[in-house]
Design a binder for this molecule. Structure first.
Ligand code: SAM
Length: 282
């Protein structure tokens, strides 16, 4: 295969130059501005890419290391990419390292279209659990929450206000693939508050000044929206006042608060306590 500078989708190209425009476009996905311009994001690893395709995500480009040539699983994924109208790039290790900014990159990288669930389409039913994150800043926290939402079988996440990007490389890495399984909606605080008025179940906020022990609440039999505060400031009054209950996780020791992702995990496992049993995985 020869190196092409540009090309129509649905093709396979061999690329060894960092100056190749297709490579430059993918490298640019490290920055939010270009992710938004291209409406795209990057996910690393063969398993993740297969999971994403199985879940119906739209692949724009599949990048794989030359060393993957002849690997039947990679070739199958490449064929699926071409069939979906995507482009397949067979690249040198140097190019893959530059794209992922890692010395020992995964053999496969997928570039996918971003996808948000419109807030109006979040219509919870009994037993459904949603998590709303107020101005979450840290990509590691957001990725960990997405992974935990997936693990407990909650339905999805609503990002409220200015938040870190769910499609940044750091966030996607921290989700360990759950970014493809968990619907994410986003809203301004005002839009969220308007939508919240129609929420048919319990809106449970968490707050360091909450008067109610989170273990004393019966979460069963109704939709639950768990509202978590910003890492530095916690929930602002407007959001705290919109909650049916403000719950607290009792603490001992010197720490003022729990890490946001840890607090979300503690809450989610309590809310989903009755739904989770050993042997139900899969
Ligand atoms: N300085 C912030 C404050 O005053 O709220 C700390 C925020 S904490 C790092 C981030 C979020 O995690 C909080 O807004 C709350 O939603 C949740 N959180 C952490 N520890 C908690 C606890 N012990 N009880 C209830 N919520 C907690």
């Amino acid at each position: 295969m020869s190196e092409h500078r540009t090309g129509a989708p649905g093709q396979v190209k061999e690329v060894t130059s960092l100056a190749n425009p297709l490579v430059k476009d993918i490298k640019a996905l490290a920055l939010k501005k270009f992710r938004d311009q291209q409406n795209a994001f990057m996910a690393e690893g063969l398993k993740l890419v297969i999971d994403a395709l199985d879940l119906g995500w739209s692949i724009k480009t599949l990048v794989f290391a030359k060393a993957g040539l002849g690997n039947p699983t990679i070739e199958k994924v490449a064929a699926r990419t071409v069939a979906a109208g995507g482009t397949v790039l067979e690249v040198s290790e140097k190019v893959l390292s530059a794209i992922t900014r890692r010395d020992n990159p995964q053999m496969v990288v997928g570039v996918f279209s971003q996808r948000y669930l419109p807030l109006k389409d979040v219509r919870p039913r009994d037993g459904d659990v949603w998590v709303a994150l107020d101005r979450v800043r840290d990509p590691g926290n957001l990725g960990t929450v997405i992974r935990t939402v997936d693990a407990v079988g909650a339905k999805g996440i609503i990002l409220v206000g200015e938040t870190t990007d769910p499609f940044s490389v750091e966030t996607v890495r921290a989700t360990m693939g759950s970014v493809f399984a968990v619907p994410v909606a986003r809203a301004t605080t005002e839009a969220f508050l308007a939508w919240r008025k129609g929420f048919p179940g319990l809106v449970a906020g968490t707050h360091l000044k909450g008067a109610v022990d989170y273990r004393s609440v019966d979460f069963s039999g109704r939709p639950v929206l768990l509202l978590m505060g910003n890492e530095q400031q916690g929930l602002p009054d407007s959001l705290a006042e919109s909650c049916d209950r403000l719950l607290r996780i009792p603490q001992a020791g010197r720490a003022d608060s729990l890490n946001l992702a840890v607090a979300t995990g503690v809450m989610l496992f309590e809310i989903r306590r009755g739904a989770l049993t050993l042997g139900a995985e899969g």
